[in-house]
Design a protein around this ligand. Structure first.
Ligand SMILES: [Zn+2]
Ligand SMILES: [Zn+2]
Length: 734
């Protein structure tokens, strides 16, 4: 039977593909898998992607409708990539059409035609000496002009110019306005691969790591690259990337945060010759689509990006790197709840290439995969330049008088460090001035009207602000409940530490790094360069401080509070706390001076804290793994979380209870069910929330139940009374 039907993925919340006849005057063979079609669906119609051709449909052919139009002349996604996306949709039990749609840039999810790839080429259009003379007083324009003059023929395509540095738009526009440079349209060009030799030799461990991965290029292998902070993991990535580019293949590098891309991009571009693209949500739509196309077509061979990059098509994939693999931001927390780290491993397997997961504090999941032999373990234990690891001490604050949460020994150490002309960092993972405002007369506290949470006091903006739903109100002068002028902040946030330390050390530059202080674009860079220019300085911040940035002059790190992670209901909380503490500690003493870390705690005898401080992260991780094994928690079991929420309290629990009963009717279901229970934050943004945890000892037992459940929920009327979602391998239970 000839395959005359199109099976199409549509971005709708149903776990199925949709059958259509080809558009009028076209045959199925004209509409290749990976091309977009416009189809009738609902009132406005939808844009979908042809996934495959089919010979028959579960509906009779004369009832099928025809697609309205074929949008693309060439497939946007290759067959292998469609198969990967379909696999991901199946594994995460998420509607396949939404997964396929997530692999396309925003513009292409609509009817828009793909932007032409022909690109703008800039060239110097007057004699070089004249041009240089005209910008003698504008250093940035002059530098850019010099880059153009140094390029062959005094010309360079736009994408290559941008690969070298960010922020060239303004000087480039000025050069054009002055008539020194003009722009012409040209054919898209592949970025040349022009490796530059590294400035220094790799140490023995780095060489061994490079050699181990290099030996596996061309086939699948998974590596955990465990390297202490400052041990030069990036150098390993760079060498491996050069080897992959040498073979004419592409490299995909996933990082947890956009803010880490510029410095990494520059480092890669300098060493690999400008073949680097970035892809992240902070880019404009057109810019993002062009980068997506260039990577898809293999015009750029190195692509750096955040989580969603793992879904994008990349030509001739030869290596995947996941940096900071333990970071929770690799797990999407809404909609299609995939783990980019886990999908990276699957993707490497399907593309027959190695994957390298790098971290100073690997996740317990990855360490478990090392234990079972699924991942090869590569270790970097030496810090660059022979820097010594920092000394870590616990500071018992049970009987200490505290000022803004800070003990006298901590303040003394800060003073000593600053007097020595060195820098210190104070870490507190809570922004704002205080986590709650309270009335001492009647006991009123600043609860969020929509969540089971407090509104945080932000003194600089004079707001009470819920960090969960964003609700805000002005800080009241008197108690809204009893009218007493007796309102007081309770607890500390970074804003308060900043103002306290500013009073205590008035002569020292003080910089706060958190989401509030760096909300404006480019302001983080500005703050960081201030730090680099100073001698003695104080840094105060949240986990933004802990991630990736280099502060060579910091010799003391003070941690305000380590106790939050010790007694949480979430079984992953201790792991997260240990990772964060180690990341923060890694900021101390990276230059030639040894570092010191002080951790304030009320539980200095806590065994996990003791293990971490005395024997390091690896010993902690082994202890934590045996606890998980005994408790039969992941990675020794597999979980899925069914969440439900509604405007009233009863429906979510009632719905989940019905699901429990329904799973009970499945004869072959070998799963454990925990719940339904109200979510830890039982009310959020005005909606009541509950969940049901489904767990099994093996994926092969869990997933068949999830598949049946997904089908059942799609057809079940009761399920429409609540908003539900299924989270496979949940990262937390909020
Ligand atoms: Zn009151
Ligand atoms: Zn709220």
């Amino acid at each position: 039977m000839s395959k005359s039907l199109l099976r199409v993925a549509l971005p709708v919340p149903l776990p199925t593909l949709f059958d259509y006849l080809p558009p009028k005057a076209l045959r199925a063979e004209d509409c290749l898998p990976g091309m977009r079609v416009k189809v009738p669906f609902g009132r406005a119609g939808k844009i979908g992607v042809v996934m495959q051709h089919a010979g028959n449909s579960e509906f009779s052919v004369d009832r099928l409708r025809a697609a309205e139009a074929l949008i693309d002349q060439q497939p946007l996604l290759q067959q292998e990539h469609l198969a990967f996306l379909q696999w991901a949709a199946g594994y995460y039990h998420h509607p396949v059409g939404e997964v396929v749609s997530a692999a396309l840039p925003l513009r292409l999810r609509k009817q828009a035609r793909a932007l032409p790839l022909a690109e703008t080429i800039y060239r110097v259009c007057i004699p070089p000496e004249e041009a240089l003379a005209a910008v003698s007083r504008a250093p940035r324009q002059r530098a850019l002009l010099q880059v153009l003059l140094d390029a062959p023929g005094g010309r360079m395509p736009d994408s290559r110019l941008r690969a070298f540095q960010e922020g060239i738009s303004e000087p480039l526009r000025r050069l054009c306005d002055k008539g020194l440079v003009d722009a012409v349209e040209g054919e898209p060009q592949a970025m040349p691969f022009a490796p530059v030799a590294p400035g220094h030799v790799l140490n023995e461990e780095q060489q061994r790591a490079v050699a181990a991965v290099d030996a596996e290029l061309g086939g699948f292998a998974a590596f955990l690259l465990e390297g202490v902070t400052g041990s030069g993991k990036t150098e390993v990535y760079l060498q491996l990337s050069a080897a992959v580019l040498e073979q004419g293949k592409s490299v995909m590098i996933l990082v947890p945060e956009i803010s880490l891309t510029p410095q990494l991009q520059q480092r890669f571009a300098e060493r690999l010759g400008g073949a680097v693209s970035v892809l992240h949500s902070g880019m404009g739509e057109a810019e993002r689509e062009r980068a997506w196309q260039r990577v898809r077509l293999g015009l750029n061979r190195v692509v750096l990006g955040t989580r969603s990059l793992v879904l994008n098509p990349v030509a001739d994939l030869g290596l995947i790197v996941v940096d900071e693999e333990h970071d929770t931001s690799f797990k999407q927390q809404d909609g299609f709840r995939y783990s980019a780290r886990d999908l990276a491993v699957v993707r490497a397997q399907r593309a027959d290439c190695p994957v390298v997961l790098g971290s100073a504090t690997p996740s317990l999941e990855s360490l478990r995969n090392v234990q079972t032999g699924r991942y090869q373990h590569l270790q970097l234990t030496e810090r660059a330049g022979g820097a010594k690891p920092p000394r870590i001490d616990l500071l018992d604050i049970r009987d200490q008088p505290l000022q803004s949460g800070m003990s006298e020994p901590m303040l003394k150490e800060l003073a000593r460090t600053l007097q020595a002309g060195e820098q210190a960092m104070v870490f507190l993972n809570r922004r704002g001035f205080a986590p709650v405002l309270a009335c001492y007369s009647c006991g009123w506290v600043s609860d969020c009207p929509r969540c089971d949470a407090h509104q945080t006091l932000h003194r600089s903006s004079n707001l009470l602000w819920c960090h969960h739903c964003g609700s805000q109100r002005r800080v009241p002068q008197v108690c809204p409940e009893c009218g007493a002028a007796d309102l007081h902040p309770l607890g500390q946030g970074t804003e308060q530490i900043e103002s306290f330390l500013a009073g205590r050390f008035p002569d020292v530059p003080l910089i706060r790094v958190d989401r509030d202080a760096t909300a404006r674009k480019g302001s983080l860079d500005k703050l960081l360069s201030q730090v680099h220019e100073s001698e003695a300085a104080l840094l105060v911040g949240t986990q933004m401080l802990a991630k990736g940035h280099h502060f060579p002059r910091v010799t003391l790190v003070g941690v305000m509070d380590a106790d939050g992670g010790l007694f949480s209901a979430d079984f992953r909380a201790t792991e997260r706390m240990a990772q964060l503490l180690m990341q923060v500690a890694g900021r101390a003493g990276r230059g030639d001076r040894p570092g010191r870390v002080l951790i304030q705690t009320r539980y200095p005898e806590h065994p996990l804290l003791q293990t971490l401080v005395q024997r390091g992260y690896d010993a902690f991780a082994q202890a934590a793994l045996s606890e998980r094994s005994e408790a039969e928690f992941p990675p020794f079991a597999y979980q899925a979380l069914l969440r439900a929420e509604a405007n009233r309290q009863e429906p979510p629990v009632a719905f989940l209870q019905q699901v429990v009963d329904w799973i009970g009717t499945l004869s072959d279901a070998e799963v454990q069910l925990w719940g339904p229970v109200p979510a830890p934050m039982a009310r959020r943004i005005g909606r009541f929330r509950a969940h049901l945890l489904i767990q099994a000892a093996a994926r092969e037992r869990l997933h068949p139940v999830l598949t049946q459940l997904q089908q059942h929920l799609a057809e079940w009327k009761e399920a429409r009374k609540v908003r539900w979602s299924l989270d496979v391998d949940p990262a937390d239970t909020y």
